[in-house]
Design a protein around this ligand. Structure first.
Ligand SMILES: [Zn+2]
Length: 55
């Protein structure tokens, strides 16, 4: 299992997600970014931050 917390990338947000693998976790994060943060497409730098924060 891998997990991600939005606050680990400096967002003022309580979102946490877990998934069986990074690919599914990334999908959950992309969906959360669209719905909660109004970010339809995360750019490359955001993904680098996100992948560092995933564990
Ligand atoms: Zn968030």
């Amino acid at each position: 299992m891998v997990s991600f917390k939005c606050k680990d990338i400096g967002m003022d947000c309580q979102f946490e997600a877990t998934a069986p693998n990074v690919q599914e976790l990334d999908e959950k994060i992309a969906q959360h970014a669209r719905e909660a943060h109004n970010i339809p497409n995360l750019d490359k730098e955001m993904w680098i931050k996100i992948h560092r924060a995933e564990k």
